[in-house]
Structure formats: C-alpha cells, structure tokens
Design a binder for this molecule. Structure first.
Ligand code: RIB
Length: 308
C-alpha cells in the first residue's frame, strides 16, 4: 500500500530531562532522581510519530553541525523520517530543551530553544515546496518562526493540501493565521491563551473551541490530557475519550504523538472523529514510555489498542 504523505515543519531539540521531586526555587540547587538525554522538539516528535504510525513523513527544519545534530539524524534514520529538507546551519547550535519531570505524576515543565531552527524562514519553506505540494497534510507548530508556518500553509492551501496547526508553545495569533488552518490542536492552556476562556471542563472547552472556529479555524481538536480530546467544528462536537494503555510514566510528547498520528489518519482519508481516536490511541501508548521522540508508537501498537 502506498503510504500517505505528511510534511511537518518544526524544530528538533535534544531533550535534557531531569526527574525530580519538585522544581527548584530560584537560587536553589536540587538533586535530581534521574537524568536522560533524548530526542525531542515538537516538529521532530510529530514527524517521528507520523512515520512510525505509517506515513511517509518529511521534516522541514534546520539543525547545527554538532553532536545534537548527529543525534537528530540518527533518530530520523531509525524512525524512517525523510530528512531531505533538513538544512544544516554550520554556525548555529542544534535546538535543546530543559525538561523537568515531576517524579510523583510524570507531568512536565519545559524550556526550549530552537537553535538553528529559530532561523527557519519562508525561503526555507519555499525550497521544500515539492514536499509540501505532494503531501496530503502539512503540520506546523509555533517553536519555529510563525512566518515559516504561514508560508507553508499558504503553499499547502494553493495546492489543495490540508493544514494542521499545533499552536504550541502558546502565542497570540492573528485571525488571518486561523483562516489558513483546516484543523488546530491546542491543549487546555494554549486554548486559554488564544481565546481568553479558562478551559476547566467540557463546557468551557466547547466555548473555547467555538471561539477558535469564529476566529477562522476549520475544526478544533482540543486535547484534554487524561480526558481525551474534544472534536469541535460546525455541526459536530464530540468528546473522544483517552485510551488507557498502562501506567503513565511520562507525558512529554503526548500531544505530539496525538498530532502526528492524527495527521496520518487524516492523510489516509479517515474522517475527523476516526482520526481523533487514532491520535488518542497513539498518545495513550506514548505516555506509558519515557522520553518524547522515542516514546512514539508503531502503527501495529496503535491498531492493537484501537481494536482491544
Ligand atoms: O512537546 C514536547 C516537546 O516540547 C519536547 O520534546 C521538547 O523538546 C519541546 O519542544
């Protein structure tokens, strides 16, 4: 079977993850219970998630000519991500992230720097035009410059390719950006920043999603952590429950697992509700494993959970 094509614009980051009982206060040094170095960055995570979920996934990004850049290449090769449109910036570092994981419940807090990918430009996107036009779905987030994302979505729109924005990390956006998005996938805090509505339950999630539709998005998938995701669009509002695939080890990258797998299902022609179930199943598996890029499930694992 020909694999559906997904093009992802975004950053790679080497995730330096510290597991500790709590965040240190300013000026304090705290001993961590554990440390790991792994592959991250929302764009890279989503491309890996898409490739492992069965798509031909192309990543458009920039990395440095350094050890973390080599780590990125190794991760993409292992997951089957097409890195043809990865540009190496010899004078800039590869992106990196500090990740605190709460040893009590696996929740995280992140500080990320895109490094070379912070300079991703509309011209870089234009250079990858062929990959965008051949894709069924184009995905972007907000860790790279917004101008690169809008350039990718404008090319996609002109070619009849679906556009999916994961508005993370949260940032104020003009309505013109939402009008370029067929689907947006915010989490609760991102939806709150974009709408001014505190998402503290299903009703509030619906009101926030309505606001995003009014701002121009075609459909909203508002991820609600362990509750699942709200699919909301004109004429349809549906809570898609989360999947329990085992004890939660770490939630880093769960949103990326959802977005990457959801993009694959859309690219394969599934309807939004089925695609959301597919995304929720992928996220359900990912939280049972440590790390971000490395936690993305294989297609067979997603299918097995869906049919359990
Ligand atoms: O979504 C999780 C990701 O956010 C991490 O992998 C980290 O690198 C940051 O980009």
């Amino acid at each position: 079977m020909t694999r559906a094509r997904v093009a992802v614009l975004g950053i790679f980051a080497a995730d330096l993850t510290f597991r500790a009982a709590r965040l240190p206060k300013l000026g304090e040094t705290l001993l961590a219970d554990g440390f790991s170095l792994g592959s991250g960055g929302k764009g890279s995570n989503q491309a890996i998630a898409a490739a492992k979920a069965g798509a031909y996934a192309t990543l458009i990004t920039r990395i440095g000519d350094d050890a973390f850049g080599q780590m990125a290449r190794d991760e993409w090769a292992g997951a089957g991500v097409d890195a043809t449109h990865v540009i190496v910036s010899p004078d800039e570092p590869t992106g990196a992230a500090f990740i605190f994981v709460d040893a009590r419940d696996g929740q995280n807090a992140i500080v990320v720097n895109g490094g070379a990918a912070a300079a991703l430009s509309a011209a870089d996107v234009t250079a990858a035009r062929g990959a965008i036009e051949r894709a069924a779905v184009v995905v972007a987030q907000l860790e790279q410059p917004l101008a690169a994302a809008t350039a990718a979505f404008e090319l996609a729109r002109a070619a009849g390719v679906a556009t999916l924005l994961n508005p993370a990390p949260a940032a104020p956006l003009d309505d013109a950006v939402f009008r370029l998005c067929d689907v947006v996938t915010p989490n609760e805090s991102e939806a709150e920043l974009l709408t001014g509505i505190t998402v503290d339950g299903e009703d509030a999630a619906r009101r926030a999603a309505d606001r995003l539709l009014a701002r121009g998005a075609g459909a909203v998938l508002l991820t609600l952590g362990e509750k699942g995701a709200l699919l909301h669009r004109p004429g349809q509002s549906l809570l898609v429950p989360a999947f329990d695939a085992g004890p939660v080890v770490e939630t880093t990258g769960a949103g990326d697992a959802f977005t990457g797998a959801f993009a694959v299902a859309l690219a394969e022609g599934r309807d939004l509700a089925e695609a959301a179930r597919f995304g929720c199943a992928a996220a359900g598996v990912s939280v049972t494993r440590p790390g971000a890029g490395r936690s993305m499930p294989l297609r067979a694992e997603i299918d097995a959970l869906l049919s359990a």
